[in-house]
Design a protein around this ligand. Structure first.
Ligand code: ATP
Ligand code: MG
Length: 394
């Protein structure tokens, strides 16, 4: 009796001829996610990934938590792999799920049979093992609608699998199946959620953070690193680039009209981030903007900001309300970090009356007062690069 995890594909189950490509990426992610937790064997068959546990003393809670963050999986369960033999399954039932059955009051048996040569058909599997359980655990009664325990007997091409509790997977598409994007990450609530949402669709997410020391503190930088570790939990590693932004901010403060300063600052971010995206093969930028949230996120302001981007900007939160964003931030455990009270470069030197509907010509005119080319070249040369691993490596 081999202890395994059965993982059912989400959307990728619908892929046709290139399904193998998605499966290879899924296995790569699973291997990387489980690397800290012992030895495992991996294979895919019949729209399912199977992980065999080689160590009996693997930390199953840690394994469960790591697997639940791998994109491409709709649900998974710990399962026992057995010979396709009725007696073998009966014997395994006691060892594998006896304890669950002892704790329960009601149960149900589910059957899945892809091997059509197996002597019992699905309804017969259900009634056979249902009867077997009732005979051996007489305190139980069957409940087809709301059972405490659902026992699933799955007869697949190579083996039988016996499983019980099903856990929710991370859904989405396997990491790396949908290109690479560069996330503009601040320390706030929105941008980590935006990164998670694109990562969920299979995009490798790198990060770029604009850092204005000493106006923003080392603690603010640590906060961004912690947020990146949380996103890395979903893609196993993340490249973070930290841009020294102080001189550019000071130049804007000293030389540009205050009411346009946020947009001018954001246009500079777009130029630097675009340059990095093009150099490191990121097909797009990702930002956490939500329409109308603040003055720099009106349609007019975003048109002016975006005019400086050399690659598309993906904004997965554009149509979400703040409370919807917060509920995702809580789910991915970034919220508590995001609300720590360290300032971001967009919040220092904030104009008292930012222009909500700026005209591109007036902005371009105002930018003439600063030699952005020289300042941005210098910032770009001094970018600090960090490879971020998930929190389990701390
Ligand atoms: P967030 O809640 O993510 O901090 P925000 O609500 O503070 O965003 P803005 O400050 O207008 O809104 O920023 C909008 C987007 O610009 C952010 O979601 C993020 O993608 C990007 N951004 C803001 N500040 C930075 C920064 N210091 N470094 C990198 N990207 C940033
Ligand atoms: Mg925001």
């Amino acid at each position: 009796m081999k202890k395994t995890i059965l993982l059912k594909y989400g959307e990728m189950a619908l892929k046709g001829l290139n399904k193998h490509h998605f499966e290879a990426l899924l296995l790569r992610s699973l291997k990387a996610a489980l690397a800290p937790f012992g030895g495992f064997d991996f294979y895919t068959a019949q729209s399912t990934a199977v992980i065999s546990l080689k160590d009996d003393d693997a930390d199953l809670d840690a394994v469960k938590s790591a697997v639940s963050k791998v994109f491409g999986i709709i649900n998974f369960s710990f399962a026992y792999e057995l010979p396709k033999d009725i007696r073998a399954i009966e014997e395994a039932l006691h060892d594998a799920i006896g304890e669950d059955l002892l704790r329960a009051k009601t149960f149900k048996v589910n059957a899945k049979r892809s091997d059509k040569k197996f002597p019992l058909k699905s309804p017969e599997i259900c009634s056979h093992f249902g009867e077997f359980i009732l005979n051996n655990y007489p305190h139980l009664s069957a409940d087809m609608h709301n059972p405490d325990v659902t026992v699933t007997v799955e007869i697949r091409d190579n083996s039988a699998f016996l499983r019980c509790t099903e856990f929710e997977g991370a859904c989405g598409m396997p990491t790396g199946s949908n290109g690479r994007g560069l996330l503009l990450i601040s320390g706030g609530i929105d941008s980590p959620v935006a990164g998670y949402m694109m990562a969920k669709r299979g995009m490798w997410v790198d990060g770029i953070h604009f850092f204005s020391y000493p106006y923003t503190s080392e603690l603010a930088k640590e906060k961004v690193i912690t947020l990146c570790k949380k996103i890395a939990g979903y893609e196993q590693k993340l490249n973070l680039n930290i841009v020294p932004f102080t001189k550019i901010q000071e130049a804007i403060r000293d030389n540009c009209p205050e009411e346009l300063s946020t947009i001018i600052l954001r246009r500079s971010m777009m130029r630097i981030a675009s340059r990095m995206a093009l150099e490191y093969n990121c097909g797009c930028l990702i930002s956490g903007e939500s329409l109308g949230q603040v003055a720099s996120q009106t349609l007019g302001a975003m048109i002016c900001t975006e005019a400086e981007a050399k690659v598309p900007i993906f904004k997965p939160l554009i149509g979400l309300d703040k409370n919807e964003i917060v509920s995702i931030a809580r789910k991915i455990d970034t919220f508590e970090t995001s609300i720590l009270p360290y300032e971001d470069c967009c919040t220092v030197f904030t104009p008292r009356h930012p222009k909500t509907n700026p005209k591109l010509e007036e902005i371009i005119e105002a930018e003439r007062a600063v030699d952005f080319e020289t300042l941005e070249d210098e910032a770009y040369r001094n970018i600090e690069f960090m490879k971020i691993l998930p929190e389990v490596y701390d």
